[in-house]
Every structure is written in structure tokens, then in C-alpha cells.
Design a protein around this ligand. Sequence first.
Ligand code: SF4
Ligand code: SF4
Length: 375
Amino acid sequence: MTPFIYKQLTQALARTLGTPQYLILFLSDFCWMKCRHCWFNEDWKTANLGKPTLTFDEIEKLAHSMKRVLFLSLTGGEAFTRPDLVEIVKVFSRETKMSRYQIPTSGFKTDLIISKTGQMLKNHPEIPFRVDVSLDGTEAIHEKIRSVAGGHRRALDTIRALNGLKRHHRNFDVGVITTVSHDNQHEIPQIGRLVESVNPNGEWMVNIVRGAVRDPNAHNVEIDSYLAAHKLIRDRVESGAYRGHSGHATASWLSAKNATRRKIIRKRLEGRCRGGGCAAGSLGGVIYSDGTVQACEMLDQSLGNLRDYDCDLAALWNSPAADKVRRWIQDTRCQCTQECFLSISMLIQPQHWPDIIAERLRLARGAAVRPTAAH
Ligand code: SF4
Ligand code: SF4
């Protein structure tokens, strides 16, 4: 489709839906880790976060301004450090029709994470929920990347404990995220085996380093190393050893979408994509801890600050400033490898739909040859 059509489509979606249906909400700037591949580092925070963190009351107003959110990602920093995390999820569940929510974590404080996850599962037994734990290597490399001793063992403990919860909650899923960077690119097979052993019944999401990161050398990645992870996942799918996402009726479609997304990222890294049709700013959006609203995490343009709209996201999302950013995204055929926004963009890019269906069938064939999970 042309930029003109995408401009009309994304503007119509933003107007009709009123607020982003895929929302990444930064709840805290604090993090237990100091990852070399992290763009959410001290320099970025000093340059970009001008106001204090949103209070609980402000988040309640924000939730109140949203009729529905299909997917809410509560992040940071580390969202689990937020003392009112459980209450915040309650607010979104009460004020909006929230279809799914997810929290990424380094997994560093196992007891805290398990306790809060358990409370959220108890409070919302019907809402699909996923916790994704980062695992960036075997012990030495993981801790070199994350600069915190003991982080590897604790991440593994957290993944195992979360899987313990998963056995008792059908709406709950556990994922593992690996960010491929200069430091871990040569141990992808070892990471693959580790993920398979510690999280055999879940999705392995492999991202590539992006943004102005703490250690610029992290960007020196050979594409082949990153693609090696894609091949490992593909081999597991084809042998029937890969279970992927679970916890709700459309979970397998998410795994199929991720497979197609890996192919798109490969094309982009190899310079074989024209770009265009990004749904950031229409279907998806980001709110930083100080209330700044952006189309995505990669662009500098702000749509405004929630506090200037009395925390009414619908008013901000339908402002002239937001319209301008939406037009810019389509006019420039903006493109990147940001996994979250690629996911929602695929919803409005029909050229990818046949491949998603083919990947879904591939997963179904894998499921047909493997034994039932020992749940
Ligand atoms: S990448 Fe995530 S876990 Fe690592 S320092 Fe940044 S926010 Fe923290
Ligand atoms: S292509 Fe990437 S950088 Fe551009 S608007 Fe979309 S998510 Fe943001």
C-alpha cells in the first residue's frame, strides 16, 4: 500500500479507537541491572525525562481515559520495583477493557516477582498475563553484559518459579527474551540449549540490540549470529519441540506472527525492505514514566505530555501534534527492527498475512508430532 493509503488508514484507526490498543507504559526508571545493550540508560534518562514519575492517581486518570487496551506492557526500568504495581493492574482491569498484559523483567528478585505475580494472577484469573524474563547468555556472559553478580542464577530461579505458577494458572505464560549483542553473539547455540532446558513450554524471543546503548560496542553484531537464533527456533518448530506462547486462545498465532516477524527483521537488516505502514502512533504507543507520550521508543518526536492534558490520553492521542507525528511516520516510510511495533504493524500490512498463516500451520504440524505437555 502507498504512504497515502497508510496515512488515511492510521489516522482513521487512531480516531476510531481513541487511544493506542498496544500500550507500553514505563512505570519506573529504576532498574536492578546495568546492561551494556540498554538504551534506557542514565544518559538517555537525563536527556529525555524532565518530570517526576507518574503517581498512582495520575495513572488511574490515564486508565480512566481509555475505553479498551488489547495489550498492556508494564515496563521500566523494572516495573516490579513499583510498590503499587498490583494496584495499577487492578486499576486498568477496572477502568478499561484490558484483553492481555505483560511485564518484562530481569528476574533479579525472585521472591518479590513471584509474590506480585501470584497476587495479580489471583486478582485477575480471566485476563491473559505473561512475564518475560531476560536471559542473555551463559553465566559469565550474562553477568558481563548485565554488570550484576548473581543475576544469572536468579534469572534462572525466577523462570523456574514462574513456570511453577504457570502449572496452576491457565491464563499465565512465561517467556524468555534474549538480546543479541556483541558480547553474546558467539554463544547463541548455548543460550538456545539453556532456554530450552529452563523454559521448554514457552516462547523464546530473540531481539537485536538497538538505540543509543550504554556500550556502543554492543552494536557490533554479525547478522549471521542473530540469524543463528532464528534457525534454532525454526528447527525446534519443525521437530515438534517448540511450544511457543500459551495462556489464551490466540497464543499460537502470536508465535506464528513472531516467526514472520523474524523474517521481516532479517530483510530489514539485509536492506531488502522499503518500509512504510508502521502502526506506531495509531495502534501502538509509549508512555514514559514522566508522562511523555511517543509513537514508539525509537523516535525523538513527542506527541505531548499526559500532564498537559490532565492525564487524558484520548485527548492527547487525537491532538494536532499526534496527527503530525502519524503523518511523518507514513511520509518517511519509517522503518526499524523494533519487535513490538513490527508486531502491530503486521496487522495493517496484508502482504504478511499469508506467511503468518503458513507459520501457524507449521506450528500445528509440530504440535501434532510431539507428546502432550506434562503440566
Ligand atoms: S536493558 Fe532492561 S534490564 Fe537491562 S538495564 Fe536496561 S532496563 Fe534494565
Ligand atoms: S518504524 Fe520504528 S522508528 Fe519508525 S515509527 Fe515505527 S517503530 Fe518507530
